[in-house]
Design a protein around this ligand. Sequence first.
Ligand code: CTP
Ligand code: CA
Length: 228
Amino acid sequence: RLLDDGPKPLAGRTAIVTSGPTHEPIDPVRYIANRSSGRQGHAIAAALAALGAEVTLVSGPVTIPDPAGVTTVHVERAEEMRDVVISRLPVDIAVMVAAVADWRVASSSGQKIKKQPGEAPPPLLLTENPDILKTVGHHENRPALVVGFAAETQSVEENGRAKLERKGADMIVANDVSPETGIMGGSRNRVKIISRDGVADWPDLPKDAVAERLAALIAETLGAKIGA
Ligand code: CTP
Ligand code: CA
């Protein structure tokens, strides 16, 4: 199937998508990060582009290729990701899929930290990273539609609802990322779509199919909101 031959309900719309993990340096050779393949975020960027949107994908370090038909900007750290996202506003649609590291090392070392014989391991002092979704959700140039994800290992719906409110999002795609689900790093996903209208429980689907369904829902919701 050609990506180009379907209807284009998002023609003339702009979108920004974050994807992948962020890497927060400890020193030049070490980092802390979340687990994330970037597969779901990259698929969403491609699916929005297939519906005609002009998409910027801001990707943390991943091993998968840049999607075709999308402008991809590569970043390492959460603060870099935030800066690129904010620099692209205003846009019509923001979908924040990245597994952003919640903390970074307070003062990372410019030199490789060496083991010191007989000394205790070095402590890591962490500081909180900016919340990119929350920043976008409350921004003066807030996109008409702001979509976030909620990676949970328990109380998926309750935690997803709390994130919807706290972050100023219109929609939260919540999923159970417990290791036994195989979602992290896998090719399938099972999500709940949480909005102020209620909750929709989607079946277990390939990540590409979740992306297509989500892009169609975004087009429909945006059309209802600001007129298609
Ligand atoms: N997010 C973000 N910037 C951060 C942390 C999270 O943009 N610093 C976004 C994610 O991309 C996702 C949503 O916020 O769209 C929820 O991320 P999640 O990690 O589930 O929520 P947190 O608010 O970080 O809460 P916690 O990890 O404690 O559950
Ligand atoms: Ca988090």
